[in-house]
Design a protein around this ligand. Sequence first.
Ligand code: ZN
Length: 255
Amino acid sequence: MIQLTRPNKPQRLADHEVALTNEFKADTKKAVWKKAYIQNPLLEMSNHKCSYCERAIGKNSGQDVHIDHFKYKDKYPELVVAWENLLPSCARCNRNKSTHDVVEQPIINPTEINPKDHLFIAKYRYYSKDPAEDSVGRRTLDVLLLNDSDDCCLVRFQLGNELAEKVENFYHIAVDKEANLSTDTAAKNKVINGCKKLLKKCLPTAEYSAFMATSLHSDNNFIALKDLLTKNDLWDQELTQLFNESKNSVYDTHR
Ligand SMILES: [Zn+2]
């Protein structure tokens, strides 16, 4: 989960908000929020990912787009198309959250709260910084099942393991060839382009960016590789930019 910046309410929604709300109140089975002018800017906001678990949704992801009503629509029908109440999500998170009442029992809304203030990442799991049962961090994890072993942790493990393997490979090439890395174009390109690709997997536009950025930035091989490339004057401008940009998604790794 990463913090999201909500864009301004689309003008077309502002124009139709009252009518759509009334339409829903008259027939609560009507999915009045299913409009491109509502859905598209929301998907842009979340980089075409679930606002909660960061799984890719829509486009060519093979995952349906669900619009989560943060305050659920059966109890709060007047908010059925309220711009601040809508979050794009995957089917899984939407189903898990279901009719959970966030007014009575708050969870993290990533457009209002920075999830990093309440959660940390260790191994393949999110943890609440505050371990109390009624803490917003713990409740968020429990309601959304963000540590489900098959749906979440296994996916993170596979991605994290792949990332670590690649980093190790690039680091070993750099160590083995350090003496003439600057002149060995093939080795140099492999390592530098490889690092750029890995850093791009940690940007907000990438799936599971919070987990990927936290894994990469705390990987000892990656830290040593960055030092080695810097020492040999090979850590270029683009790498610096990608490194700094991806750092924003890095979580604490302990309480
Ligand atoms: Zn999700």
